[in-house]
Design a protein around this ligand. Structure first.
Ligand code: AHM
Ligand code: MG
Length: 336
């Protein structure tokens, strides 16, 4: 007997109809985001043949050089989402300010935030990259403004990412656990491959950019030193290391088999809280990780409780297997 295949559409309809978890407008919005990810996946797969590799000769608001695919992915997401009537505005890592849905289209009640192409440094070398997204409700009131986006991560109503790797995989939460869908290229649809993903509480694998070791703060240094000491050290076990330099791919590994991911504050830029962005990277990933039983902090506080003060705010990120994240957090808090 062939196994029944459940498409993303069917999964979302069931979340709406059976479980009453998501309103119709949010379901349609998520389908549009998934459609945009399919188009980005297509562009990524073409590589040099599609003239999508290399830099675009411009910089984003954070002063980072934009790759052609950063811009293409950003445009695909905007074009796909602006006319559907589900959104009031969008914000992206690649745009200075918010993008209001033009007046010629109906205005919806949701706000969409995204990192259109995460892991940009991996584009040209054919290593996994991805799109990260987060959805919040627009607060009641008049015209949409940047202020409306500045809500803590626990107010997200949907979050996910799509990883463009050996397979194109969409991972999603609407607050009822984490579900994973793989793109069936022949059928052109995302198919459910795992529901209720869980991250084991313990792990022997850490992900951090070790080249920054000399800049780390004492608690991070202590944690990694203890991992490196292996069986003979205070942890009494050997650890393995992975660093893909695409947060999407590193988090995907953690959701699949556990681990801890850290991009902590360091002394290179003492006045910046970290490298990763709260609204487009940390919040959606933190919610996914928590929904899978893991934890996510900035060393001191739960990421989802942080009150953002600006759109492009950066944050220190420690997430993954709960017991390891708790340990690093306790080191920061001076509790251990
Ligand atoms: P990006 O959104 O510009 O691609 O930057 C974010 C990426 C993360 O995906 C990844 O974890 C990190 O930057 C890698 O940084 P580094 O090159 O410092 O290791
Ligand atoms: Mg990114």
């Amino acid at each position: 007997m062939t196994q029944k295949r459940i498409s993303l559409t069917q999964y979302l309809v069931e979340q709406q109809r059976v479980d009453g978890l998501i309103p119709g407008q949010l379901r349609l919005l998520l389908e549009v985001v998934a459609r945009a990810c399919k188009r980005i996946s297509h562009a990524v797969n073409k590589g040099a043949l599609g003239d999508v590799l290399g830099t675009a000769g411009s910089e984003n608001v954070q002063g980072e050089v934009q790759k052609k695919l950063d811009i293409i992915a950003n445009e695909v997401l905007i074009e796909a989402n602006e006319w559907g009537g589900h959104l009031a505005a969008m914000a992206s890592e690649e745009m200075d300010g918010i993008y209001q849905v033009p007046n010629r289209y109906p205005q919806g009640e949701y706000l969409l935030m995204f990192d259109p192409l995460d892991g940009s440094s991996n584009i040209d070398v054919n290593v996994s990259i991805g799109t990260i997204f987060s959805v919040m409700r627009k607060p009641e009131g008049a015209a949409v403004s940047e202020q409306d986006f500045l809500q803590p991560g626990h107010r997200q109503v949907a979050a996910g990412y799509c990883v463009y790797g050996p397979q194109t995989t969409l991972v999603l939460t609407v607050g009822d656990g984490v579900a994973m869908f793989t793109l069936d290229r022949e059928m052109g649809s995302f198919v459910l491959v795992e529901e209720h993903m869980t991250i084991p509480a313990d792990t022997r694998e850490f992900a951090i950019n070790m080249s920054n070791m000399r800049h780390w703060d004492t608690p991070v240094r202590r944690y990694i030193d203890e991992c490196l000491a292996g069986k003979e050290g205070p942890r009494g076990k050997d650890f393995n290391m992975r660093w893909i330099a695409s947060m999407v791919a590193d988090v995907h590994r953690i959701l699949t088999r556990g681990g801890i991911f850290m991009y902590p504050w360091d002394k290179r830029e003492p006045n910046k809280p970290g490298k990763l962005r709260l609204m487009y990277e940390a919040n959606p990933m933190a919610w996914l990780v928590e929904q899978a039983g893991g934890a996510a902090t900035n060393g001191y506080e739960r990421i989802l409780d942080l009150q953002p003060t600006q759109l492009h705010e950066r944050v220190s990120v420690i997430l993954g297997s709960k017991n390891e994240v708790d340990r690093v957090t306790q080191y920061h808090q001076g509790k251990e």
